[in-house]
Ligand binder design. Structure first.
Ligand SMILES: *Cc1c(COP(=O)(O)O)cnc(C)c1O
Length: 359
């Protein structure tokens, strides 16, 4: 982050310190308005994390114990964890091999009389196939929560990812495209009832006009004013940062395309590259080689959710979601963040080339 932006952030944090108003309040309202405007979403509700954005969405949409919710097993644990924490059952549907996103052609087979909702994940910054998901949801009267934790600013046609379903859940965890200085999240929705419900849920169900009158049972999922202040500054630059991520991604594409052992990410319109994720042969060895050379590459995700110990009780087995399982063995995410220098990118490209030439 440049010095100019740092100064801007420090000055807005200083204002919070002087105001003594640390939770919720004007700064949070301001950020919510800016984010809603950016996304062209009717309503936005800032919450404590992306996990809570998903959890409160499910709760507000009426998902309850023993309901089933469909999602992908190739995602961060939070996507399915929130379903389970409501007593509902995560039902997994495999992904497309090229985009890593839920395969809409497999969704209908997973729908039962208990299915209440679908959570498509816009993984790595690439939008899921929302048009197809929405058609299925409409046909079966299911709610749709877009897990947009990795895709702030990604576009689906003219729309922003996170504004097509019943709600969109965003995360501002520091490593996301739009990150704050701690935990933070947000829900976007076009539905006034859902908006009002989540606004109550995030603050113990307290009446907005009478704090100690609790209308429904909620929780504490308020956003800190300092985080809102950071986000209020950073959101001005998100378009530019996302553009830089795309430039960095294209540079990898150009320079890695001739290596036979690498499958480049499929880039559809609207991708904002929270991760630049390639598929490679000998993934673990390459990752080790890069790390030994002081270069960072990460594995998102080494174990699909149906194979996680925490989800053992769901009784899925190895082989149930072959595309996800194969992806987990082959994926490698290369640094693509906006401040990444060409020089650093060249070192990574060279190291990858060296690795495959040596073999
Ligand atoms: C980061 C992330 C979350 C959770 O967000 P937190 O803010 O860390 O709670 C949920 N889903 C996906 C796909 C994520 O990447």
């Amino acid at each position: 982050m440049g010095n100019k932006i740092k100064k801007e952030i420090i000055s807005s944090i200083n204002k919070i310190i002087s105001s003594g108003f640390f939770i919720g309040g004007e700064e949070v309202d301001n950020f919510e308005n800016k984010a809603a405007k950016f996304l062209n979403a009717k309503y936005s509700i800032a919450v404590n994390s992306g996990t809570d954005a998903l959890f409160l969405s499910l709760k507000a949409l009426g998902v309850r114990a023993n309901d089933e919710v469909i999602t992908s097993p190739f995602t961060f644990i939070a996507t399915a964890e929130v379903i389970a924490n409501l007593g509902a059952k995560p039902v997994f549907v495999d992904i497309r091999p090229d985009t890593f996103n839920i395969n809409p052609e497999l969704i209908e087979k997973a729908i039962t009389s208990k299915t209440k909702a679908i959570i498509p994940v816009h993984l790595f910054g690439q939008p899921a196939e929302m048009d197809k998901v929405m058609v299925i949801a409409k046909k079966h009267k299911l709610k749709v929560i877009e897990d947009t934790a990795q895709s702030f600013g990604a576009k689906i046609g003219k729309n922003m990812a996170g504004t097509l379903g019943d709600t969109g859940a965003f995360s501002f965890f520091p490593s996301k495209n739009l990150g704050c200085f701690g935990d933070g999240g947000m829900v976007a929705t076009k539905d006034k009832n859902i908006f009002e419900k989540i606004r109550l849920l995030r603050n113990h169900g307290s009446s907005l006009s009478d704090k100690y009158k609790n209308l429904i049972l909620g929780t504490n999922s308020r956003l800190d004013a300092i985080q809102a202040a950071v986000l209020g500054v950073k959101i001005k630059y998100i378009k530019d940062w996302n553009r830089k991520r795309i430039v960095n991604a294209r540079y990898y594409d150009e320079n890695l395309k001739d290596i036979r052992e690498i499958v480049l990410p499929k880039i559809k319109e609207g991708h904002v590259f929270n991760q630049y994720t390639i598929r490679v042969k000998n993934r673990d060895k390459l990752a080790l080689y890069l790390s030994k050379n002081g270069l960072s590459a990460r594995i998102y995700y080494p174990l699909p959710l149906h194979m996680q110990p925490a989800f053992k009780y769901l009784k899925y087995k190895t082989g149930d979601f072959p595309v996800s399982e194969k992806a987990a063995k082959e994926v490698l995410s290369l640094p693509v963040y906006p401040e990444l220098q060409k020089k650093q990118q060249d070192s990574i490209i060279k190291a990858i080339k060296d690795f495959y030439e040596k073999k």
